[in-house]
Design a binder for this molecule. Structure first.
Ligand code: SAM
Length: 284
């Protein structure tokens, strides 16, 4: 599956819910992020059928994300059904709050590895930034993931000036994890003030993921499936392709259309193509 710029599309990110058990200040409002009703959210069988069609078209890597994927009922069984597809890798991105109990079942279900989103190693700061999250639960979750063999465990920290930019070295004190530092994007609750929170980090010293200041769109191989059954050609574009309730041939045509519609690059920094969705409703 190639897009019109010759990029091969091999990676599907699947948001299995728009709900989250944290309310990170830069991502979600304290209350009232619109939650889809149960009927609007794809059933597990629908997710698997869409992924099966995508795999038949060339997807070889699937990442399960959200919202928070571990709050979805039946997540382990869903992962087992995705792992049974003909793919090279099944990964999951989580905030880690529920990972302690899920790590081993996820590994047994066929998940290869997890990324854990963790922005600070200061328990008070974590509670404030996430509006109530318990850092010790995340740290236990990371340990459980390592014990279960969901490795390498990658830690994704969104760096924000004045919030956690002085903590970078602390992430290297965590045993056997790979810290990666993510640039804040103008999306969700960060749409307005993102520029003020910027600073420079040496990418020779650290693994930095910088979708705005150093776009990697030229190497983008992704499509994103939202929890309500839309394919997004690009994280930042408004375009969405419905893939719910379609017969298999229509479904494949919709997937090919979404791939073909991938823009050459996002223009998020200009505000020109802002997605209407926050990260919880796209699947970060
Ligand atoms: N709940 C899961 C988690 O915490 O990893 C998956 C969904 S969460 C929306 C995915 C990632 O998006 C998290 O690492 C979060 O920090 C990141 N994120 C949310 N808003 C962001 C923003 N404005 N800029 C950069 N990353 C953002």
């Amino acid at each position: 599956m190639r897009d019109t710029f010759g990029r091969e599309i091999t990676y599907l990110r699947v948001s299995v819910t728009d709900r989250c058990n944290l309310r990170c200040k830069y991502c979600l409002p304290a209350v009232g992020a619109d939650k889809k009703s149960h009927d609007d959210i794809l059933r597990s069988e629908e997710i698997v059928e869409i992924c099966r069609a995508a795999v038949e078209l060339g997807i070889v890597k699937i990442r399960v994300t959200g919202g928070e994927p571990l709050v979805r009922k039946g997540i382990v069984e869903l992962c087992a059904n995705l792992a049974a597809l003909d793919i090279d890798e099944l990964c999951l991105t989580t905030n880690g709050i529920l990972l302690e109990q899920f790590a081993e079942p996820l590994k047994l279900a066929g998940v290869d590895r997890v990324n854990v989103s963790l922005d600070t190693l200061d328990a008070d700061k974590y509670r404030k930034l996430t509006r109530g999250g318990d850092l010790s639960a995340v740290l236990r979750g990371i340990d459980a993931a390592k014990r279960a063999g969901l490795t390498p465990v990658k830690i994704n920290a969104v760096l924000i000036k004045g919030v956690n930019d002085t903590e970078i070295d602390r992430f290297y004190e965590l045993d056997n994890v790979e810290p990666r530092f993510i640039e804040l994007m103008p999306i969700g609750e960060s749409k307005e003030h993102w520029r003020e929170r910027y600073f420079t980090l040496d990418s020779n010293k650290h693994k930095v993921i910088s979708p705005i200041s150093r776009k990697f769109c030229g190497a983008c191989n992704r499509l994103r499936l939202t929890a309500d059954g839309k394919l997004k050609p690009c994280l930042h574009s408004r375009d969405e392709y419905n893939v719910r309730g379609l017969r298999v041939e229509e479904l494949k045509a919709a997937i090919l259309n979404a791939a073909a519609a991938k823009p050459q690059m996002h223009l998020l920094e200009t505000g020109a193509t802002n997605s209407q969705r926050g990260m919880n409703r796209i699947g970060g």
